[in-house]
Write a protein that binds this ligand. Sequence first.
Ligand SMILES: C[S@@+](CC[C@H](N)C(=O)[O-])C[C@H]1O[C@@H](n2cnc3c(N)ncnc32)[C@H](O)[C@@H]1O
Length: 253
Amino acid sequence: MSLDLPPVHDDLAFLAPLSEQRAGVLVDFLAAGAPSTVLDLGCGWGELLLRVVDRVPSTRGRGVDQDESALAHGRELASARGLADRVGFESADIRAMTEPADAVICIGASQVWGDPVETAGPLDYVAALTALRSLLPRGGRLVYGEGIWSRPPTAAATAPLAGRHDEYVDLGTLTRLATDHGFAVLGAGEATLDEWDEFEGGFTAGYARWLLDHPDDHPDADEVRGLAARQRAAYFQGYRGVLGLAYLRLVAL
Ligand SMILES: C[S@@+](CC[C@H](N)C(=O)[O-])C[C@H]1O[C@@H](n2cnc3c(N)ncnc32)[C@H](O)[C@@H]1O
């Protein structure tokens, strides 16, 4: 039986290292394009999508993910905020999306356009940028949240990831790839260490609350303790400060 861990949305506003301040900048950027349609690919529960739709009353939003429980939470949030008539959450593979939108959000999900994750190859940025460009008209806006190296990778950092130094590129290389594949870069930055600590802390908190809510000799307790220990080690002894998440504000050319 699978573990009954608390949903990660209990502890995180976004399923990404994303502060309220940065989320505001991204919403402002998308709203400034006055989009009629906004598509969020790998939306999770769609917090950013919901904020854009809330900001632009004429916009319709579409969130796509394959995680049914995240989608269900997104639908609940949409109803609670009076947005259910303008935002839909669909269960689908984002690689199957072909219908363009005026604005697109893709944060932390672009690995799907490359080789399967199990092959542990380098991230295929070009495949992702090409797929995303095909969904936008000229002038359409894209918020692209993408994995990068913040610092040159170390063996300790790559061990819990794909185990290779060429899995990611740095921020400068990513902005060049974006300009080479049909976009103008209106803004580029990366998640801070505080944003990462908050994000990783959301998972830590979920494990801790499970352990607090169950007896020490619960049949699943060793598994949860092991998951928590591996997550802390992967982050604190591994990729903290090395794995980054870029946030690019792009306009399609
Ligand atoms: C790191 S999370 C980011 C969620 C959201 N964009 C956010 O920032 O809060 C990546 C999401 O991509 C989704 N995902 C991964 N592969 C997918 C696929 N092939 N089709 C649809 N969604 C996918 C996962 O279920 C997950 O919710």
